[in-house]
Each structure stands twice: as C-alpha cells, then as structure tokens.
Design a binder for this molecule. Structure first.
Ligand code: G6P
Length: 606
C-alpha cells in the first residue's frame, strides 16, 4: 500500500522516478509526488499522469530524488497530504508507506514545541521529528526518531543539505535497494519496479536500514549493528510488466492463464507415477504427514482460493482444514498446536493481515507454510516452508492469473497431501494427467470469448447481480462476485445455491440478474432446482455450464458453455469466463479496470 521509489546517480532523476512510480501505481493511486535534490517538490492529486502534467510546469533538474504514490490512510487525497513530506524549514524530505500508530502523541509534543503542521498525515509528523533531531547526520537523526516510533513503515528520507544520499528503513513495509552500475542506486517498495534498471537487489528485513549513495550502500540494523548483505539476483521477464498489445493488464493476465498453469506445474508433476514434487515442502514433509489439521489464511481473492483449497484437501486428501480471513484470524484465539499447521495464501507476500496471522502462529510454535507468488517477499521469507506460484508479476489490481495459479497449486498440494494419506496412485495419476492437459483446454477456450463479451455487454447496465454455485463452485461464485464489484462497481453478492432460499432470494426480481455456475457434476440437479427457484421470481439467469449439460439450453436467459474436465479442475475452467465477464462489464461501463477506485493491490496496512 503506497509505492516508494528513489534514485541517486548521474542521470536526470525525474523521468526515472516517474517510470518507477508508474510501475508502483498498483499499490495506490490517489495522489503522487516527488522531491528532487536541488529542485524541490512536485505533487498532484490523482494518478501519476497528473504528476507528469504538473512536472511540465516546474523546474525538475537534479540527479537524486525520492517519490511516492499514495493510498490514503490519514487524511483525504490532496496536495498537502501527498508525499514527500518535509519539516517547515524544508531541511528533511520523507516518503512513507505504513502507519505511525503513536503519531498523535508525537505530534502533540512537536506542537507544544511550536512546530506548525500543514497536513493531516502521520508521515509529516515523522518528517518534523527527524528534522528536530537533525544535526548534519541524517542516519543518526532517523535512528533517534525511529526509536520513538510505534507502527509500520517503509521510508526513504533525504536531507536538503546532503543531496547525494538517501536513507531508507523498514519495519513491516517492504523496501528493496536496487544496485545499478557503479554510478547509480535505486530504492523501491517492490523489485518489479526496478527490473528495467537492475536485477541485483538487497532486501531489507524488518528493523534494518540502509544509507545509499550513487556508488555505495551500507546496511545496518536501525539500532546500528552492521549487517553484511550482498545483492541477490532476481530473474524476471521484463515483458511481464508490459501490456504487450492488450488494452489492459487485466485482459493480458486473464489470457495468461494457460501459461500460468504451465509455470505453476513445471517440474512438479509425475502423472504416470501419480506423484507431485514440491521442493519447498520437502524439509517439512514428515511433519506434514502427521498433522491433524491445517488452517488456511488469506485476504480477498486469496481467501477464496483458500476456500477452494479447503474443499479440495478435505474431499480428496482427507485432512481437516479450516479457512480464515487474515484480518480476523490475527485477533482470534488460535487453538492450534504442534499437530496443526497454518498456510498463508498470498500473491504479493506482503499483505499485513496475512503476515500478522503467520507471525502469531509462529510465535505459538506452529508450523507455518505459504503459497506465495512474489519471490523473496516478506511472507515467503517468514514462513517455515512453502510453494511458489511462479505466476510472474501481476499488475492489474484485481487478481486474475494469480488466482488461477493459487487454485492450481492447491490441486498440487491436494495430491501431495493426499498421497501421504488416503489418495491412491490411480486417482492421483488421473488428476495429474488431466492437470497436464488443462493449459491446452484453456487456450482453446480463450481463442473465442465473443459469447462472454456479448453477455457482459447485455448486463453491463444492471444495478445488482447475484452469483450462485455449489460445492467447489461456491468459492468461484464468491470470487466472480468480488471481481465484478472490484472492476465494475456493480452491487454484487454471492451465495451457495442452496442458501438463497434462506433469505437473499427476497431481493430477486426482473431487475436482479443471477449468474449461476452449474457444470454438469454431482450437484447439477440441485443447481437446476435453485435456478428454477430464481426463475420463478422472474430474475434473469445467466448460466455457465459444461458443454452438453442435460437440459441447459432452455434453462436460462443466456447460456455460456465451458469444456468439461476432471471435477477437481472444473473450478479453474469456470473462473475464466467469470473474470472475462467482470472485465467486459467494467470496460463497457467506461471504467479503469486495471486500477479501480479506492483499491490497492498490495495491502501493507491493517
Ligand atoms: C488486495 C487486492 C486483492 C487481493 C488481496 C490479497 O485487496 O486488491 O486483489 O486478493 O489484497 O492480496 P495478496 O497479495 O495477499 O494475495
């Protein structure tokens, strides 16, 4: 949440800072700003494009600076609340991601000392505090200030009288230093924003700080102990962060589904032997064979992927599983013990609520695991063991390809855990053979999406929409509804089909369409009854079912067909039309589907 980017070197900083912020915009985009040593600050409300327009009216020459794109926590999006913040005399400039919890107490002290504030932010308090302690050495002023701060932060700070230096620190919000050639250094909240410039990264851990100059960096703990860190090499295809001819990242990423499944399964499946190899779990395999319960934790789409994981693992592997929202689980009494494990599902690996749940479980001595997409992220580093998704960077704020990959990894994990328990080799072989063939099926499906686009256009002006599904397709209904809410702002709800009659059917009528996900499976007849109940209330029905499903043609106002695959994989197939539906509705409504209002992709605050 909020993106930080910094540069110190020999080139003009402004264009580099702009390009960095553009790649970090997914972390927040309600206002943006930068400070360039020698030129001062520029800020604008809205997206980075507004900052670019503002830059054209200002002098911005200089070869070092810090920049920020914001997702408001304290104070509305406005120029005065935008980062970088400074003290009144503009000695210190600071960008911040996170929340200073004791900002009010610190602010009161500074107010008493006569300091005047121009913003409502917690960040300005930190800038003023650092300035009040500054005596020519930025690092020590920051150390003193941070010793007094409670809360979370990733920060980058500059002193006006030392234009060649940036000091960064981390507590709970990611900061990565990018090591360029001999004459330049970078800093960012996410390495993907730096890939254009370098693939050598130094990840700060919590309670660490670094002093960066064009040709050097030093890492220490915030308390001052030396930390020897050499750069890690991260290999990513830069094209993953470009649109490659698609109108939007969201559409590009939906279209990457087949490739994502190939990447998530590569080298991990032996279909003939009916075995799955998950290198990241090998060290804890013995423990996992004996656990009695697994608790899955996630937020947003990752939570729904976790719901699917629960259904799959219980059904096919016979291990009891619970699923929890990170924001709730972290504050609950965790009854887990050494016979249970906690598994975080997260694309970014930085979601604060998911991370806090993992830390709490670790403190209890529980085994912690991750299904994480972002390599080297905080949750990947914090968990004892885990499985990487290998879905590549996901740029659109609403998750699509990462969700597909999470479901895929859950299929792998189900077979892996199942083979430790009650799943026979034949069943495993059947699932894995079908999984290996899934990318080709998806490619065929994605070759013609005209029917989905037409249905989306037809319903794009609705006010409300209901999604229903049962068993493995209930979480898909929830995710389909979330996707539509995120990118179209339509009011959408989702229920397990059998639950409708217990209350929410009261809302239905001719203006309240229902999207029913009903492949021809074990509960198809039950879903048909639920659809009849909906039709009896005159609500229009869009049916997503499998090719050749009995009686599907006359069952709904609009019928979309998908290929029929192994039942454990059907939800992966069913997800794609729902993602496309949300996308096309959002586009038909003229909205920014890649960066919907009020959202941020990486939610590093509570
Ligand atoms: C945010 C994003 C969602 C995402 C959720 C969890 O709310 O907008 O798309 O599902 O965070 O993110 P994670 O990175 O933990 O998967």
């Amino acid at each position: 949440m909020c993106g930080i980017f910094g540069y110190v070197g020999s080139k003009q900083a402004a264009p580099i800072l702009v390009s960095g912020l553009q790649k970090l915009e997914y972390r927040g985009y309600d206002s943006a700003g930068m400070y360039i040593a020698g030129a001062g600050s520029v800020k604008a409300v809205g997206k980075v494009a507004a900052l670019v327009a503002e830059l054209e009216t200002k002098q911005s020459a200089g070869t070092a600076g810090i920049a920020h794109t914001r997702w408001a926590t304290h104070g509305e999006p406005s120029v005065s609340n935008s980062h970088p913040h400074s003290d009144t005399a503009e000695k210190i400039w600071l960008v911040h991601n996170g929340i200073i919890e004791n900002y009010q107490a610190l602010k009161n002290e500074l107010l008493e000392a006569g300091v005047e504030f121009v913003s409502q932010t917690d960040t300005e308090v930190l800038a003023q505090l650092v300035a009040s302690l500054y005596k020519g050495d930025l690092k020590s002023a920051l150390q003193e200030a941070l010793a007094r701060v409670h809360g979370t932060y990733g920060i980058a700070v500059m002193a006006t009288d030392n234009p060649g230096q940036i000091v960064v620190a981390r507590m709970g919000s990611p900061i990565v230093v990018g090591v360029g050639d001999d004459t330049e250094m970078f800093v960012a909240s996410d390495p993907s924003a730096l890939l254009e410039y370098t693939n050598q990264f130094i990840y700060l851990e919590d309670s660490e700080m670094a002093v960066i100059e064009a040709d050097t960096y030093t890492v220490t703990s915030i308390a001052g102990e030396a930390r020897a860190k050499s750069p890690e090499l991260v290999l990513h295809d830069v094209s993953a962060v470009q649109k490659n001819g698609y109108d939007h990242f969201m559409l590009k990423e939906i279209n990457e589904a087949a490739e994502v499944i190939r990447n998530s399964t590569r080298g991990r499946i032996d279909a003939r032997a009916g075995t799955v190899k998950l290198g990241g779990l090998e060290d804890v395999a013995e423990t996992l064979a004996t656990i009695k319960r697994l608790t899955i934790v996630g937020c947003g789409s990752a939570y729904y992927a976790g719901q699917m994981g629960r259904l799959m693992i219980e059904e096919y592997a016979g291990l009891p599983v619970e699923i929890e929202l990170g924001s709730e689980f972290r504050y609950r009494r965790n009854l887990g013990d050494a016979s249970s494990a906690v598994l975080a599902v997260t694309q970014s690996g930085e979601t604060a609520d998911t991370l806090a749940s993992i830390v709490a479980a670790k403190n209890l001595g529980q085994l912690t695991l991750g299904i994480v997409n972002s390599v080297g992220s905080t949750i990947a580093r914090t968990t004892d063991a885990g499985v990487y998704n290998h879905a590549g960077p996901e740029i659109a704020v609403a998750s699509t390809k990462a969700f597909i990959s999470q479901l895929t990894v859950f299929v792998l994990l189900t077979v892996w855990l199942g083979r430790q328990r009650e799943m026979g080799g034949e069943e495993a072989s059947e699932i894995l053979t079908a999984l290996a063939g899934l990318p080709d099926v998806i490619e065929m499906m994605l070759a013609d999406t005209a029917a989905i686009e037409a249905v989306a256009r037809k319903y794009a002006n609705s006010r409300d929409m209901m999604f229903i599904g049962r068993q493995l397709h209930a979480p898909i209904a929830y995710e389909g509804s979330l996707k539509l809410k995120e990118v179209s702002y339509l009011h959408a709800e989702a229920y397990a089909g059998g639950e409708l009659k217990h209350g929410s059917i009261a809302m239905l009528g001719p203006d309240f369409p229902v999207f029913a996900i009903a492949p021809e499976d074990a509960v198809y007849a039950k879903m048909v009854s639920n659809i009849e109940e909906v039709r009896a209330r005159k609500a229009p029905v869009i049916l997503l079912t499998t090719e050749g499903a009995l009686g599907a043609d006359g069952l709904a106002d609009d019928v979309l067909y998908m290929p029929k695959v192994h039942s454990i994989l059907q939800p992966i197939i069913a997800t794609i039309p729902l993602q496309l539906f949300a996308y096309y509705v959002g586009v038909a409504r003229g909205l920014d589907v890649d960066q919907p209002r009020n959202l941020a992709k990486s939610v590093t605050v509570e």
